[in-house]
Design a protein around this ligand. Structure first.
Ligand SMILES: Nc1ncnc2c1ncn2[C@@H]1O[C@H](COP(=O)(O)OP(=O)(O)OP(=O)(O)O)[C@@H](O)[C@H]1O
Length: 251
């Protein structure tokens, strides 16, 4: 994307974003509350239209793609995604197949297998016959991810996917995304999770202020400037794993 901007009531929410996401990479989008992460994801998902600039999906101008083509390419799991209350979990995940079915190619055996696999991948197979309205927040989050996987997208956009998830799901979600081999852009608040991404982009007040491999980008200086926290790397003596420890700035 080049020069991408979006405004609300005349105020810039995202400004002049130039970014190239590489095929197959897991790209983490980080930044403080209100820095424009969700807005940028919604622009790429086509939920919002840029006020300026150009977004290309797989080399093609997003604005020129039909809804169906775009939906085959991009799946988006929003922060507070809703689904009609009266559907079962399996029905909700089957909706992910919509861009692939038509009068000439009705829902068939392959679609059924894709849905079953998606339910299994996020550990929701046992919920398949439950009604959406009876699910917990974390269960809903996982079902939305299953719906997105059933879409078999080239590009997966996830807005804070670890919200509502219990510990094991939080730890496993990025591994799952990476194992799929799709291009993924994931808005994250947990900077230790961001360390697991191939590259990260840092948003601040609507602008992309840094982009690159997480260990190069997440310096103590950047964490202080952008997040207003003291962050430094520590090493776990049991396995040598490095992670970031945060403290409030000294007053
Ligand atoms: N439709 C809108 N109308 C007015 N202001 C908006 C609109 N959408 C977003 N904003 C504002 O734009 C800014 C960026 O919002 P956005 O949701 O993209 O941030 P974010 O980085 O995803 O934040 P968070 O980490 O809190 O989810 C915020 O100040 C928000 O209030």
């Amino acid at each position: 994307m080049e020069g991408v901007a979006w405004r609300a009531g005349g105020w810039p929410v995202v400004e002049d974003i130039a970014l190239h996401i590489r095929e197959g990479e897991t790209f983490g989008l980080i930044g403080p509350n209100g820095s424009g992460k969700s807005t940028l994801l919604r622009l790429i998902a086509g939920v919002l239209t840029p006020a300026a600039g150009m977004i290309r999906l797989d080399g093609q101008a997003q604005a020129r793609l039909s809804r169906r083509c775009a939906a085959r390419m991009v799946a988006f799991v929003a922060q507070q995604a809703e689904t009609s209350e009266r559907v079962t979990v399996r029905d909700a995940v089957e909706l992910g197949r919509t861009p692939w079915i038509s009068m000439l190619a009705p829902f068939g055996g392959r679609d059924d297998r894709v849905v079953t696999r998606a339910l299994q991948q996020v550990g929701t197979a046992a919920l398949a016959d439950r009604y959406w309205h009876g699910l917990s927040g974390g269960e809903r989050q996982r079902v939305h991810l299953a719906r997105a996987l059933a879409q078999e997208p080239r590009i997966l956009l996830l807005d804070e996917p670890t919200n509502h998830l219990d510990f094991i799901q939080q730890l496993s979600i990025l591994r799952l995304v990476r194992s799929l081999g799709v291009t993924a852009m994931v808005a994250l608040h947990d900077l230790n999770q961001a360390l697991k991404c191939d590259r990260i982009g840092v948003m601040q007040r609507g602008r992309l202020v840094a982009c690159g491999p997480p260990r190069d980008i997440l310096t103590p200086d950047l964490m202080a400037r952008v997040f207003d926290v003291r962050g430094h790397f520590v090493t776990d003596p049991t396995d040598g794993h490095r992670f970031i420890r945060f403290t409030l700035p000294e007053v």
